[in-house]
Design a protein around this ligand. Structure first.
Ligand SMILES: C[S@@+](CC[C@H](N)C(=O)[O-])C[C@H]1O[C@@H](n2cnc3c(N)ncnc32)[C@H](O)[C@@H]1O
Length: 339
């Protein structure tokens, strides 16, 4: 088993994978749906545990990452592939240079993104293409201060080494990282893109739900933060840009997890749809629904409900000066409902 190439992604469960692993170990299952796969690390954990995993997310970016790391059993990019991808071409497209000039990256970096995007279609194997696209997205995320595309320019430049490396170097490094992550767990795994509310297939032993956490104090809009890599994942062929927006972002994509009035109903629908599976639901202590509300909702659909929690404030000593300051205390919950 390889190592998962990390990217910063809002709500990523990367830091609590051990906690999730221990909880999953207490459940007997062979097939799993990761319904909101996002950055992909939980799907990869499940694959590493030998499970047949279906990954789903409504972002094309998430699908590309899961195709490269979860669905993919064997495909890697060799030196000749990398050279081909980065080789100059007079037919290279210029969409990024034309659209994002002066916004996020230097002209050279934009030209490199265009060049590779144009060459990707020359790869015949869909999983090789997925590695190339995932690596290109990861390169762009690493080169963007704070890893989000909500502001233009470099006012948050924090001097990280990642920012000083060229897009080309970031891309090649990421390809090698993705190559390392490829393995076959002997099961069939699939990566899909779609609104989970529309997905009716329900015959999984385990369904893991990690929806966007809703809080009245901050927005949980993934597309607003990650529109650039979402566009890059399909080279802007799948969704229109809002031309008048400063950041040239993509049009909003509706999701019931963005509003208080719809989130309860959406969760209830999913709990009902997957009520014959073991449900594992991640949520956070500073979000709505509350721990009590979620437990109660799950109890209406599952025979037995357990709640596991991990304290993020104390487990990861990055903010040690804030220990004891309750405003920063936040727990991650995992609700497990058994059929
Ligand atoms: C908390 S994140 C998941 C993080 C992921 N488990 C990880 O470790 O990186 C929530 C995800 O839900 C996705 N999402 C939001 N609404 C959705 C919907 N209606 N259907 C499918 N995915 C959705 C977002 O794109 C985002 O990737």
């Amino acid at each position: 088993m390889g190592r998962f190439p990390a990217s910063r992604f809002m709500g990523s469960k990367r830091r609590i994978l051990n906690f999730l692993h221990d909880a999953f170990m207490q459940i007997e299952f062979g097939t799993a749906l990761d319904a909101f796969s996002g950055g992909g690390s939980v799907s990869y954990l499940l694959k590493s545990m030998g499970k047949a995993v279906d990954s789903n997310d409504y972002l094309a970016y998430a699908q590309v990452v899961a195709m490269a790391t979860v669905e993919n059993k064997y495909a890697v990019l060799d030196e000749a592939d990398i050279e081909m991808l980065a080789s100059p071409s007079r037919q290279a497209p210029t969409f990024i240079q034309d659209t994002f000039n002066g916004l996020f990256f230097t002209p050279e970096d934009n030209a490199f993104l265009d060049l590779v995007s144009g060459n990707i279609d020359r790869l015949a194997d869909p999983h090789k293409r997925a590695i190339a696209r995932a690596a290109l997205c990861r390169a762009a995320l690493k080169k963007q201060p704070r890893g989000v595309f909500t502001v233009v320019g470099h006012r948050y430049d924090d001097g990280r080494a990642d920012l000083s490396r060229s897009m080309r170097e970031q891309f090649v490094r990421s390809v090698l990282d993705y190559n390392e992550a490829v393995f076959d767990n002997g099961r069939s795994c699939r990566a899909a893109q779609g609104d989970i509310m529309q997905r009716l297939e329900a015959n999984y032993d385990l369904v893991y739900l990690d929806p966007p956490y809703y809080s009245p104090h901050s927005d949980n809009d993934y597309l607003r933060r990650y529109h650039f890599v979402e566009g890059l994942a399909t080279y802007w062929t799948a969704a229109p840009i809002i031309e008048t927006s400063k950041t040239k972002r993509l049009e909003r994509r509706p999701t019931p997890f963005a509003a208080r009035k719809s989130i309860y109903g959406a969760l209830d629908t999913l709990f009902e749809r997957f009520s014959t599976s073991t449900l594992a639901v991640s949520y956070s202590s500073n979000s709505i629904p509350t721990r009590e509300e979620l437990s109660e909702m799950l109890q209406r659909h599952s025979r037995k409900v357990e709640v596991f929690d991990v304290d993020l404030t104390y487990s990861f000593g990055t903010h040690s000066h804030k220990v004891g300051d309750n405003r920063n205390a936040v727990s991650e919950f995992l609700f497990v409902g058994r059929p």
